[in-house]
Design a binder for this molecule. Structure first.
Ligand code: PLP
Length: 397
């Protein structure tokens, strides 16, 4: 790829694409957005990096915007989603040691989840294919079926009961649940929205045990789901900690870990990042915040999301033997291909690329649609038309 403008990209042969990948759910303002260019170039000419030894207004303002527009009280800045989750995992462990008196804190995550590629993040990721070859993994993680409230309850009770027993054995520390860490909607795992019932139980279990409810909003955050944060789709539950990256800088690398004051056990020096929250990245974050507010991008994500699901459902009616299910929130949607068709998502994605539409698979049988939040009605229509044509072509091949 050599050039972009809005929702379009061009490759080195001059071929044009409609970009419904957006740098994997990242370029929320599309490509070559004038506001982002102006903000970042002006910042580059003024002050781009001073390290975390000093306060900068840009970081302060972005932190302020995040806490004013979420349930969080504090924000820590880093450079990626994996780093944001790493910070959350460290916070949960320190919180468990200091506030819950646990010697061996356990973090429960979901099967089929994805939390990034650092060692702790691949361990948190409940998919062996990302862990294979990198053992030994980080201790202190257990995996539960996503959206299975009964299994989650059972797991929390089992770990905490075992912990109490272990505490009685001299020399063995107290084991217990430090946190439940989940995506609001599983992205890489196949675009599976979380259920209100599951997250209600997760919240209750955390309230009961003192564990932290941590929501990974790396893919779902910053307007993607038709709400500013994915957890807003979950019936009013509030996380103690949540993480963001991807769309937060619209493609300029930045990550953030946000938490409630009651979960904040970090003292200066406990955790840090040289680049994290530098003025350049925060200027990008502030440009995103401004564009979201001025252009109503969250509302656009909700409206265009309804449009895309409506059109994809019509395709499902047309091709019931090829499309199993259409699911998602706002502008993060997935088309699950039927098992009986034998179609692989990667094959359908390749046929779309050939026809000038960029899509990306989420697992082996789900095709993901995550366009920029600025996408128009006409672009959505055209994308679904190209997808339908590609699907038909592949199914006949
Ligand atoms: N968490 C979720 C839910 C993600 O989807 C991703 C990336 O796809 C990550 C974490 C990792 O983010 P990064 O690639 O910026 O480290």
């Amino acid at each position: 790829m050599v050039k972009g403008q809005g929702v379009k990209l061009w490759d080195s042969t001059g071929k044009e694409y409609l970009d419904f990948v957006a740098g994997i759910s990242t370029c929320c303002l599309g490509h070559a957005d004038a506001r982002l260019i102006d903000a970042v170039t002006a910042q580059l000419g003024r002050l781009h990096h001073v390290s975390n030894l000093y306060y900068t207004a840009e970081q302060g303002k972005l932190g302020e915007w995040l806490v004013q527009n979420s349930v969080a009280d504090k924000a820590f800045f880093c450079n990626s989603g994996a780093e944001a989750n790493e910070a959350a995992i460290k916070l949960a462990r320190k919180h468990a040691h200091e506030k819950l008196g646990l010697d061996f804190p356990v973090i429960i995550t979901a099967k089929a989840s994805f939390h990034g590629r650092t060692l702790a993040a691949i361990t948190a990721t409940g998919q062996p294919k990302y862990q294979k070859g990198f053992e030994p993994l980080v201790p202190g993680f257990e995996y539960v079926e996503y959206n299975d409230a009964k299994a989650l309850k059972k797991m929390v009770r089992r770990i905490n009961a075992l912990g109490r027993l272990r505490g009685l054995v001299p020399g063995k520390g107290r084991k217990g649940v430090a946190a439940i860490m989940m995506e609001a909607l599983q992205g890489e795992g196949g675009i599976r929205p979380g259920t209100k019932e599951f997250f209600k139980v997760a919240r209750e279990l955390c309230d009961e045990t003192g564990a932290l409810l941590m929501i990974d909003e790396v893919q779902t955050g910053v307007g993607r789901t038709g709400k500013l944060w994915g957890y807003e789709n979950l019936g009013g539950i509030e996380p103690d900690v949540f993480t963001s990256a991807k769309a937060l800088g619209a493609g300029v690398p930045i990550g953030a870990m946000m938490c409630k004051e009651r979960a904040n056990v970090f003292k200066p020096g406990d955790h840090a990042s040289t680049f994290g929250g530098n003025p350049l990245a925060c200027a990008a974050g502030l440009a995103v915040a401004k564009a979201i507010e001025k252009d109503g991008l969250v509302t656009n994500a909700a409206t265009r999301g309804e449009q895309i699901r409506g059109l994809l459902e019509k395709l499902q009616e047309k091709y019931p033997t090829l499309i199993q299910e259409v699911r998602g929130w706002g502008l993060i949607n997935g088309v699950e291909l039927t098992a009986s068709s034998g179609l692989q998502a990667a094959k359908v994605v390749q046929a779309c690329i050939d026809d000038g539409l960029l899509l990306v698979a989420a697992g082996t049988t789900v095709v993901r649609f995550v366009p920029p939040l600025i996408v128009t009605e006409a672009e959505v229509e055209e994308a679904v038309r190209r997808f339908g044509a590609a699907l038909e072509k592949v199914s006949k091949a």
